[in-house]
Design a protein around this ligand. Structure first.
Ligand SMILES: *Cc1c(COP(=O)(O)O)cnc(C)c1O
Length: 409
């Protein structure tokens, strides 16, 4: 007999390590920007799997491509080439500054690969093994593996897991002078940052910040990594978040939206930086992943990039992002004591709220809206690139109603 939602929640309660705090429903199906739970309740999805399902749920063309690939081949390992990874690599390099890519399975893994690349670049290629310090920013989020949690600039993610990977130097996000001082130190290896701090609360840095970092890194021989796990693959209305600032990194890390929901991570790098993970003499492979370049995952990535191009979705993200920004600004104007500030770019948007943000997100869910928290007090909207104006309006109306009834803080 089929399980009820209550049955499944009871099984989950006794079988899972309780590291997450899922909302109390079991999702079974999605279509576009809507999802349904096991009891048939419909939710409007402004999380898109945390900025992952960039084409929405069950996109017909992506589904057809994945289904076809499942019937052909799912995995071969890196002992051999597969056609899909090659097409996906070219889809990334032809849309970016990058000359070369490496595929892995998640954002944390992409940042791990980036850290190994920059360390080995300084050691083997530049001949400066003393350059080991990773410069990162306060409030950043780079993943949950030991090394990536070590470079994440939020103490709550590191508590109890020490000792950490290091050396790491943290600087305030957006403060060019502070970063310059660290970059100039003789032990500096690389700086890593998000073009917009997403998990940290949708923080857009001041204009000229990324450019200033690029210049300082070039002058010092320090590599620059942009963590585009959340801002990449069109989320901000350009292919990559750094395009808004007119600068390119040495290494860009990708995941989240890249597979449209299928797990994949990647690093995309310049020819020069690629030497950090290359053994020209044919010696031992410096870095690897069993699943990396998996045909199903890379078919997803190639299809996502191609569909964004074919359906002109960067323009759609910009247009719908501006519509959403206008609605959120109106919300802030209407309820200035509850909604403090609206910010973001493209379809990565947040509203800072005065009340208990996690309670507000919970109340939104009860009323059929899925939104997520970013930072301590920001309600994040990161919907599908195909979200309609009517869906955005409905979402903001639900949030507005919840805020109107929230106790003043
Ligand atoms: C989500 C995220 C990560 C971690 O990605 P996982 O796939 O969860 O390992 C890293 N960096 C940024 C900017 C992210 O948003």
């Amino acid at each position: 007999m089929a399980h009820t939602q209550a049955d499944l929640l009871a099984i989950a309660d006794r079988t899972f390590i309780k590291n997450y705090r899922q909302q109390p429903m079991v999702l079974t199906r999605g279509q576009g920007s809507e999802v349904w739970d096991l009891e048939g309740k419909r939710y409007l999805d402004m999380t898109a799997g945390i900025a992952v399902c960039c084409l929405g749920h069950a996109h017909p063309e992506l589904t057809a491509r994945l289904t076809e690939q499942l019937g052909r081949m799912v995995h071969v390992s890196n002992l051999y080439w597969n056609d899909q990874e090659i097409l996906a690599a070219e889809a990334i390099t032809s849309r970016s500054f990058a000359d070369r890519v490496y595929f892995c399975n998640s954002g944390g893994e992409a940042n791990e690969a980036a850290l190994k690349l920059v360390r080995r670049y300084q050691h083997v290629v530049a001949g400066q093994p003393e350059r080991t310090t990773i410069i990162s920013t306060n409030g950043s989020f780079h993943g949950r593996t030991m090394a990536t949690v070590s470079i994440t600039g939020q103490a709550k993610y590191r508590e109890g897991f020490g000792p950490m990977f290091g050396p790491v130097a943290f600087v305030p996000y957006g403060d060019l002078e502070a970063a310059r001082a660290e970059i100039a130190k003789p032990g500096a290896c690389a700086m890593i940052l998000e073009p917009i701090q997403a998990e940290g609360g949708i923080i857009v840095p001041p204009a000229g910040y990324l450019r200033g970092l690029r210049e300082a890194c070039d002058a010092a021989g320090v590599l620059l990594i942009f963590d585009e796990v959340q801002t990449g693959t069109g989320r901000t209305g350009r292919w990559w978040g750094h395009e808004h600032d007119g600068v390119t990194p040495d290494v860009m890390t990708l995941a989240k939206g890249l597979g449209g929901g299928v797990p994949i991570g990647a690093i995309a790098v310049t020819e020069r930086a690629a030497a950090g993970l290359t053994t020209p003499t044919g010696g031992a492979v410096p870095h690897a992943s069993t699943f990396g370049g998996n045909p199903l995952a890379t078919a997803a990535a190639a299809a996502v990039l191609e569909l964004i191009t074919r359906h002109d979705l960067l323009a759609a993200v910009t247009k719908q992002g501006e519509h959403l920004a206008g609605k959120l600004a109106a919300l802030v104007a209407a309820q200035p004591d509850k909604a403090l500030e609206a910010r973001g770019r493209g379809l990565l948007r947040g509203v800072a709220v005065a009340g208990n943000a996690s309670q507000i997100v919970g109340k939104c869910r009860e009323r059929g809206l899925l939104a997520s928290l970013a930072g301590a007090n920001v309600v994040r909207f990161a919907p599908s690139y195909l979200v309609s104006t009517a869906e955005l309006d409905e979402a903001v109306a639900i949030l507005s109603g919840v805020l109107a009834e929230a106790p003043a803080s």
